[in-house]
Design a protein around this ligand. Structure first.
Ligand SMILES: *Cc1c(COP(=O)(O)O)cnc(C)c1O
Length: 383
């Protein structure tokens, strides 16, 4: 076990040891540590729905009626009608034939990808793909190729060279990348997918609830729903609840019910979570004002920071600011903390060397005046 002690010592020495920091409460865009209040700029609760009365009431009613737990996996006795109702709501929301609910986005990705691909197949995924996508690929045993971030030309080149060597090929991308706040050219990727007879998997974890006319995501916004085979997303971010979904054809869903190990061998989500997710979808569909305001605030923040000379990147509700080396990144993180903002310094190895950043993840509740204060505070810290 010496390698474990050695690992911890090295991490600590390099100043990159991760540790947990329990908050006493987080609510309405704020987070509390002991008695101290911070503006929370590190969550994925983009629309502030995790504290919305509709989700809270839905959870409470579910607990009263069904109890706290679900007691078994879905294939045993854990399969409640409300879960099927949620799946129908998701299929409608995403405009796909069918849907399947998973216990988390991480479980969805490792289970779905490893069930779909085998040794004689290939996976082509974006270089910045989420850990769960990489792990799903590794678990599948398929050959993995990583194309340059959001570079459809590179994907095209890799496929020209490699596609014919494999039985099936699965292309995987996210629709919003959380460390860069940017999106791929989905239309180009869909064309490539068809040209090379591949299937396409899009992870909408950060886009669900924010983009598209119904708020279902970027796939909807870009009008490519029918041409994306697998649309995965989570209930745990903008939808304010927990768990994940896959929207796809009925054939694929039936296959996964029989084949996806993280679905088959795990206890079903608790009823309170299922009904909270349902309430989250309803709010997103019927009340678009939150995502409209959020996107306005993010644009205001990005443009405001750029005007002050900051390297604010991306094009979404996530606004990363490149700070460069570790000492600069820490200076901003520390300065912001002192001014009452809860932000995390993002440093290598999470991002490439020299590309340390502060990542602002706004919540709808923050509003423009708070964003303006943040821009001013950032400038003060820089001076
Ligand atoms: C958050 C996230 C996941 C994991 O979802 P959880 O429900 O938190 O397990 C998967 N993919 C992406 C792109 C994510 O951002």
């Amino acid at each position: 076990m010496e390698h474990i002690e050695e690992f911890l010592r090295k991490r600590d020495e390099d100043g990159i040891l991760r540790s947990l920091m329990p908050a006493s409460l987080r609510k309405d865009g704020k987070i509390y540590f002991g008695g101290r209040e911070f503006i929370d700029l590190s969550s994925n609760d983009y629309l502030g729905l995790s504290n919305h009365p509709r989700l809270i009431d839905a959870s409470r009613e579910a607990v009263t009626k069904y109890g706290a737990g679900s007691s078994a996996s879905r294939l045993l006795s854990g399969d409640l009608e409300i879960c099927h109702e949620l799946e129908e709501a998701v299929a409608k929301f995403k405009n796909k034939e069918s849907a399947l609910v998973f216990n988390s986005g991480f479980q969805a990705n490792i289970g779905i990808i490893s069930a779909l691909c085998e040794k004689q197949d290939a996976i082509f995924c974006d270089r910045l793909s989420h850990a769960s996508i990489i792990d799903g690929g590794l678990l599948s045993g398929a050959r993995m190729f990583r194309f340059k971030h959001n570079d459809a030309g590179h994907l095209n080149g890799l496929l020209s060279k490699e596609r014919k060597k494999f039985r099936n090929a699965l292309i995987i991308t996210e629709s919003i990348f959380s460390m860069d706040g940017d999106s791929p050219d989905l239309k180009a990727i869909v064309d490539i997918k068809e040209k090379f007879k591949c299937r396409l998997f899009v992870d909408e974890a950060h886009a669900t609830g924010i983009y598209g006319r119904n708020g279902s995501g970027i796939v909807e916004e870009d009008g490519v729903t029918d041409r994306v085979d697998f649309i995965m997303g989570t209930f745990s971010k903008a939808l304010g609840s927990f768990g994940a979904y896959l929207a796809a054809s009925k054939g694929y869903i039936d296959y996964l019910v029989n084949r996806c190990r993280s679905f088959i061998y795990s206890t079903a989500l608790p009823p309170s979570v299922i009904l909270a997710s349902m309430a989250g979808i309803e709010l997103v569909k019927n009340e678009p004002f939150r995502r409209i305001e959020l996107l306005k605030s993010a644009e205001y923040l990005r443009e405001g920071l750029k005007a002050k000379g900051f390297d604010a990147i991306g094009s979404s509700h996530i606004v990363p600011v490149i700070t460069g080396d570790n000492s600069m990144t820490l200076k901003f993180a520390q300065g912001l903390r002192e001014k009452g903002y809860w932000v995390m310094p993002i440093r290598p190895p999470t991002v490439p060397d020299g590309e340390g950043r502060i990542r602002f993840s706004l919540i709808f509740n923050h509003g423009i005046p708070a964003v303006q204060r943040l821009i001013n505070d950032m400038q003060e810290i820089k001076l």
